[in-house]
Ligand binder design. Structure first.
Ligand code: SF4
Ligand code: SF4
Length: 467
């Protein structure tokens, strides 16, 4: 019978610090079935979102050239940047709330790194190289032509998947139609985009073929933050030592020896772990909450006729026998912050105008000209049609005093998401300027009847005596 030993620094590292490649064993169970179903949905979402249009535009697209961001039917211009920040903040707070409540569940269930690794790359490896035992044996054999051929086949399959994923990623920036056109026109016509896509595919292949769990264990900043996001009430994957210890193999027990716990020290929970940790050593930062060890141990317990759940979802307080507490201040604060961000975003989207109108003063030029007894101002009205359809706008400028007002184009038609600048010239007699003058610019969107008023201060030199 062995006693729990000191936890190794990293399960995927040898004592001399070199990398120990992890070959997780296959596992079956209820959590794996659920995870596979979720992976199928998420792979479809991650791959199809940049390709499938919603409201005439890709579900997700960052159009750098026109400074627009499309997200599931919503269009955000440069002026809407704060809304994009709200979306990012909402996501971050949701992630923080879920982490404080349920640990690193995002990592094991929804992060693209896990979803693609466990949903596509690992099954390909399993298909070409067999189960863990055969993969380990293969890794210890010399590089014969047969092994080289198998290795090349695997890397080629990985590269094909990576190329598909990289093209999907490229569609986020150029859109699916432009991407299709670029593919038709060939790499010579789009050398830069071609090299970027190939480079990204190479990085993906390197990551999913070699780097794998190291990304989660040593590189991901979210993974590094776990210790500050968790508390003793966070529900994580935990081994129940009160039930499992003292652990021991299922051999005949010496007379008078203390009764053994339920853990038969079979190491199944360790060999199925994608980060090669022994969860029996307690909660570890490298645990992705994938629950593979739960399925593995449940299978073992069923086989040896003991109750399942030796490894299960538990908080540290529950492990110590205290009652669980789902709602704690940190969960409530993160959840409230998420609701605030989501609520503000929802209200802003509901009240969002279908167009933008801003007044721009001429750059570098004098903002006013004194012309005898008259002061002249010139400015531009920058109109942005934010709707997905062509729209007409009517512009009117009014002054509280007698003024000569010339609008470049009082009626403007704009294609969907197009913009235009309309020049305006205003002349007011100096005698009428005492106390300052505010011009009222009124813009009406003809189709919807939506109106916008912008106040513009008429500029004049201070102390100009009436002419
Ligand atoms: S799978 Fe269960 S029984 Fe086997 S070593 Fe892990 S905790 Fe113990
Ligand atoms: S310890 Fe269990 S839940 Fe955590 S990563 Fe390993 S197999 Fe997954």
């Amino acid at each position: 019978m062995s006693e729990p030993g000191p936890a190794p620094i990293l399960g995927s590292m040898r004592p001399d610090g070199s990398r120990l490649k992890v070959h997780p064993a296959d596992v079956r169970g209820r959590w794996l079935t659920r995870r596979r179903a979720l992976f199928a949905v998420l792979i479809a979402v991650y791959v199809l979102a940049p390709l499938v249009p919603v409201g005439g535009h890709p579900s997700i697209m960052l159009d750098v050239q026109h400074r627009r961001f499309y997200l599931f039917g919503q269009t955000f211009n440069a002026q809407d940047f704060w809304m994009v920040v709200l979306i990012a903040l909402g996501f971050v707070f949701a992630l923080l709330a879920v982490t404080a409540w349920r640990g690193r569940i995002w990592c094991g269930w929804a992060c693209p790194q896990t979803v693609f690794l466990e949903g596509i790359y690992r099954p390909i490896e399993r298909f070409l190289e067999g189960p863990r035992e055969r993969r380990l044996k293969l890794a210890g054999t010399p590089w014969t032509p047969a092994r080289i051929a198998r290795f090349v086949a695997k890397q080629a399959a990985f590269l094909v998947v990576s190329l598909l994923v990289a093209h999907t990623a490229a569609a986020i920036f150029v859109g699916p139609f432009e991407l299709a056109a670029m593919i038709r026109e060939g790499p010579a016509a789009h050398t830069e985009a071609f090299l970027l896509t190939i480079g990204f595919a190479a990085i993906l292949t390197l990551n999913f073929a070699w780097f794998r769990e190291q990304f989660c264990v040593v590189l991901c900043p979210y993974g590094r933050l776990q210790s500050v996001l968790h508390d003793r009430d966070s529900v994580t994957v935990a081994y129940d030592p009160r039930r499992g210890e003292p652990r021991g193999r299922m051999t005949k027990q010496a007379e008078g020896a203390p009764a053994r716990g339920d853990c038969i020290d079979c190491h199944r929970c360790v060999v199925v772990c994608p980060t090669a940790i022994d969860i029996r050593n307690g909660l570890q930062m490298e645990c992705l909450a994938c629950l593979q060890c739960v399925d593995a141990c449940d299978e073992v317990m069923t086989r040896v006729n003991r109750p399942t759940g030796l490894i299960r979802l538990l908080s540290q307080n529950q492990l110590a026998g205290a009652p669980g507490r789902a709602l704690r201040p940190r969960v409530a604060v993160y959840a409230l912050a998420f609701l605030l961000a989501a609520g503000t975003l929802g209200a802003s989207l509901a009240r969002r105008s279908s167009f933008e109108a801003n007044v721009l003063r001429p750059r570098g030029a004098n903002p006013f000209v004194v012309d005898g007894a008259v002061v002249r101002n010139a400015f531009e009205i920058h109109l942005v049609n934010k709707s997905p359809a062509t729209a007409r706008f009517e512009i009117d400028v009014e002054a509280p005093v007698d003024a000569e007002i010339v609008i470049g184009t009082p009626e403007v038609g704009l294609a969907a998401r197009a913009d235009a600048r309309v020049p305006v010239a205003v002349a007011i007699a100096r005698a009428a300027l005492g106390g300052g003058v505010e011009l009222e610019v009124e813009i009406e969107q003809k189709e919807s009847g939506e109106e916008r008023k912008v106040m513009v201060r008429f500029l004049a030199p201070s102390g100009v005596p009436p002419g």
